[in-house]
Design a protein around this ligand. Structure first.
Ligand SMILES: Cc1ncc(COP(=O)(O)O)c(C=O)c1O
Length: 319
């Protein structure tokens, strides 16, 4: 279902959108001694999967508009050890994919798309996750559709598909037959989750449409509030979360909380998280992390509820 929806030849459903990234990396041959370019602004799983594969994530700043990898800086970060690029489409937004493909071809790099946040999002008519050699999706609880936990890998490459199939199922030649062609793991999904997934897929198109409408409505209702900045987007993108930049997100968050409205700050930059503690300066990623706030984004919100949230934000900024 997911493969047909995104338009990919092969699709594998795995246990979550972190092991999908690990499986994608080892399928293309990333391992110890290799470097992989990762944006400094993304959900931390993107970087952790690189470490899990035994390689080194090399952080690169993002572009201020899309919050996706800055491709010029990515090119400058390529060394003789660089093996792959993790191209994260943040909240369904994409960088210039043609340039990313060109960059990878020129430097002989594998292109893995972390499209965990991009189910339903397209770039120039083609679904995100289908441009790279392998694309990865997540079905964790807050995603546009969910199976509680879950992830998908898509590829058009027959050899990579066979590798992924084996990595997911103990390296078996065939499901249920204990003859192992390679070292693989148990990254499978359960039938119980699949039942939920099939039902969720039926709701996807409606949610894609609703997320787009919600973004337009939020934008309309807050457009004259100069303290609130919306990142550019296109009508091919159903924003997973309604994301804005504000001068002091912690104060707005507190105000909204007092009025029983939830919100969530953007991800902190990865390099300086306690888990990494690496040096480096990534000004655009840091600016987004310091100023970003996700507003209420459930596709079940009514226009009236969105109006109330925006009214509260306008009041906070005294509009
Ligand atoms: C960009 C990105 N990559 C990877 C993941 C990890 O997915 P999962 O939570 O399914 O392991 C997420 C989850 O939010 C994500 O947003």
């Amino acid at each position: 279902m997911v493969g047909d929806y995104v338009g990919s030849k092969h699709c594998f459903i795995l246990s979550n959108g972190t092991v999908t990234l690990y499986a994608a990396l080892i399928a293309v041959g990333v391992g110890p001694g290799d470097e992989v370019i990762v944006p400094d602004y993304t959900m931390i799983a993107t970087a952790n999967a690189v470490l899990l594969a035994g390689a080194k994530p090399v952080f690169v700043d993002v572009s201020a508009d899309s919050l996706c990898l800055d491709l010029n800086l990515a090119e400058a970060a390529v060394t003789s050890k660089t093996k792959a690029i993790m191209l994260v489409s943040v909240n369904g937004r994409a960088p210039d994919i043609d340039s990313a493909i060109e960059l990878c071809k020129k430097n002989n790099l594998h292109l893995i798309e972390d499209a965990a946040q991009s189910l339903g999002a397209r770039w120039q008519g083609k679904h995100l996750g289908t441009f790279g050699e392998i694309g990865s999706f997540s079905f964790s609880a807050p995603k546009i559709i969910t199976t509680g936990q879950g992830g998908a890998l898509v590829t058009d490459d027959d050899e990579l598909a066979e590798k992924i199939r084996q990595i997911r199922d103990f390296g078996r030649r065939q499901s249920g037959v204990d003859y192992h062609l390679s070292v693989g793991y148990n990254f499978k999904f359960t039938d119980l989750q699949a039942v939920i997934g099939i039902e969720q897929m039926k709701k996807l198109e409606w949610r894609v449409k609703r997320k787009k409408e919600m973004f337009v409505l939020y934008h309309e209702l807050l457009t004259d509030v100069e303290e609130v900045t919306f990142l550019p987007t296109t009508d091919e993108v159903p924003p997973w979360f309604i994301d804005v930049l504000v001068p002091d997100p912690a104060r707005l968050r507190e105000y909204m909380k007092q009025h029983e409205i939830g919100s969530r700050p953007f991800y902190p930059v990865i390099h300086s998280q306690p888990a990494y503690g690496w040096p480096g300066a990534y000004p655009n990623a840091e600016f987004a992390a310091q100023h970003g706030l996700w507003l209420p984004s459930s596709s079940f919100l009514t226009d009236e509820q969105i109006g109330k949230v925006c009214g509260m934000i306008r009041e906070f900024f005294k509009h």
